[in-house]
Write a protein that binds this ligand. Structure first.
Ligand SMILES: NC(=O)c1ccc[n+]([C@@H]2O[C@H](COP(=O)([O-])OP(=O)(O)OC[C@H]3O[C@@H](n4cnc5c(N)ncnc54)[C@H](O)[C@@H]3O)[C@@H](O)[C@H]2O)c1
Ligand SMILES: O=P(O)(O)OC[C@@H](O)[C@@H](O)[C@H](O)[C@H](O)CO
Length: 467
């Protein structure tokens, strides 16, 4: 029988001392930040302690193989494998004591997270959604006891930072406080978003902590790019064939990868630049390029392609109708991207190649989730910019129409933090549903007659094409 991955047998690298604590032990983190860390020349000094969201299974499976796992880089013509050893510890998210202790450790320099867009719990104005029951629960709990288990991501971050402040307090003068928070979710200004929800929560619980965070914690903005679909059982065998080891938790990803970072690391960081990451002074153009062209394009394929009956990105992008719609959306979006034309053209061409890779099975259902959180950042900025320029952007409106058709029951099943509200708004004839959904996304769009009429027409066209 093929032996299980094991450091004692010489697989991966020896576990490095923990200097990074990560929340969200998902596939993307393992194919991206942990992979860059493993490839950094100073990897032997930067171990990661990673915590799951809520489930205990990923931590258990990884711990049983010494926290080692295989990254299968899947090109159109074959796989290559790398055993990644940068995870030094894997914890269940339910182990709150370990979370607090890890962040109190003065050797820890970075708190990173990949928790999905929805988990930041933002209100429509971008601040913390303080009225949500789970946020109210965390505020009440933390006011009583800063070490008590909490439910939300902002609550967990705040509790961890409170533990760090206690460890660095006057009683422990030698303890270094400085820490960088490093989000890896697909949100514009993700560093600022994380800073805002955590500080707003802290202000409600312990205003002194909010001030301490401002003084000691830096929030780094990032753009992350590497298509990483959910692993299936069919991926276990190729991983074992390439490494000669049994791995119950391999990750499949594409060869293409990018990582832009912008911000300070008060207590240092691995030499990620040597592994291919790039530090930039202005991250906004890279965010727009990634979120509008890739993620916005993905959403178009998920909703419009899903309505046509496609199940994966590769299937949808092979459909000439979807490719025409993509081109239309991209032509609109790139007019508002502050990057050289050559860069935009290269990114577009690369995207089509990346998505055509038939060996990456990226399910449209995975991408379709949480449209209510994603469309406002992936599609609406370019739609608004086109309207300001006096144009009617049918490509962008088709993404919105696709989502409305999806909410009305076409394509993948609806999974959304606000599913009930948006499904109810999207019910009934398109003439009523379209302005109702647009109004919830942005009231100005619902007041814009040509936008409403065009979106309703695109909805009807898609529903006809889906029949
Ligand atoms: N998969 C990709 O191609 C990709 C690429 C770029 C960025 N991302 C970003 O990474 C995120 C995760 O993607 P993934 O592919 O790893 O998904 P995944 O399903 O493998 O992992 C999601 C992770 O988020 C955690 N999580 C979800 N809700 C949470 C909550 N309320 N509290 C704490 N943790 C929570 C889960 O526990 C899990 O660890 C995406 O939502 C996206 O923002 C993904
Ligand atoms: O993971 P999400 O839901 O933010 O978005 C789905 C995909 O568009 C996304 O995961 C991309 O694959 C990724 O952003 C590529 O870098």
């Amino acid at each position: 029988m093929t032996p299980v991955l094991s450091r004692a047998r010489g697989d991966g690298r020896p576990a490095a001392p923990v200097r990074i604590v990560h929340l969200g032990l998902g596939n993307f983190f393992r194919a991206h930040e942990a992979w860059y860390t493993d490839r950094a020349p100073d990897a032997d000094r930067w171990g990661i302690a990673a915590f799951t969201g809520r489930s205990t299974a990923p931590a258990r499976v990884l711990a049983a193989q010494d926290c080692l796992y295989t990254v299968l880089t899947r090109a159109a013509d074959g796989d290559t494998a790398r055993v990644v050893g940068s995870l030094s510890r894997a914890h269940s998210g339910t182990d709150h004591a370990a979370w607090l202790a890890s962040l109190a450790d003065p050797a820890v320099a970075i708190l990173s997270l990949t928790v999905t867009e929805a988990a930041y719990l933002r209100s429509p104005d971008g601040g913390l959604a303080a009225d949500l029951p789970e946020v109210r629960h965390d505020v009440a709990t933390l006011r009583q006891d800063l070490r008590a288990p909490v439910q939300t991501v902002p609550g967990r971050l705040m509790a961890g930072l409170a533990a760090r402040r206690s460890a660095a307090g006057p009683g422990s003068p030698g303890v270094r406080a400085g820490l960088a928070v490093l989000p890896g979710d697909n949100l514009p200004g993700n560093g600022g978003v994380a800073a805002r929800v955590v500080t707003e929560l802290a202000s409600r619980v312990d205003p002194g902590l909010a001030g301490w965070i401002e003084q000691h914690v830096s929030f780094v903005g990032t753009v992350v790019d590497r298509i990483t679909p959910a692993t299936t059982d069919a991926d276990l065998e190729p991983a074992a064939a390439l490494t000669g080891r049994t791995d119950r938790a391999p990750v499949v990803t594409e060869p293409y990868t990018e990582w832009q970072l912008c911000g300070d690391f008060p207590a240092g960081h691995p030499d990620w630049a040597a592994a291919g990451a790039r530090w930039v002074d202005d991250i906004a153009p890279f965010e727009d390029r990634k979120l509008w062209l890739l993620n916005g394009g993905h959403s178009l394929l998920a909703y419009a392609g899903g309505a046509l009956g496609h199940g994966t990105v590769a299937e949808a992008v092979s459909d000439a109708r979807c490719r025409r719609w993509l081109g239309q959306w991209w032509d609109e979006a790139v007019r508002h991207l502050a990057l050289p034309d050559g860069d935009k053209d290269r990114y577009r061409a690369a995207l089509v190649e990346r998505w055509r890779n038939p060996r990456i099975r990226h399910r449209l259902a995975q991408i379709a989730a949480d449209g209510s959180q994603k469309l406002p950042v992936r599609v609406l900025p370019a739609v608004r910019a086109e309207r300001r320029a006096g144009r009617l952007p049918a490509g962008g409106l088709r993404v919105l129409a696709g989502w409305i058709v999806h909410l009305r029951g076409r394509g993948p099943e609806v999974t959304d933090v606000a599913a009930d509200r948006f499904r109810a708004l999207a019910a009934g004839p398109p003439e009523r549903a379209v302005p109702a959904v647009l109004d919830a996304l942005d009231p100005a769009l619902a007041r814009d007659r040509p936008v409403v009429d065009t979106t309703a027409r695109l909805c009807r066209d898609l529903e006809d094409a889906a029949r």
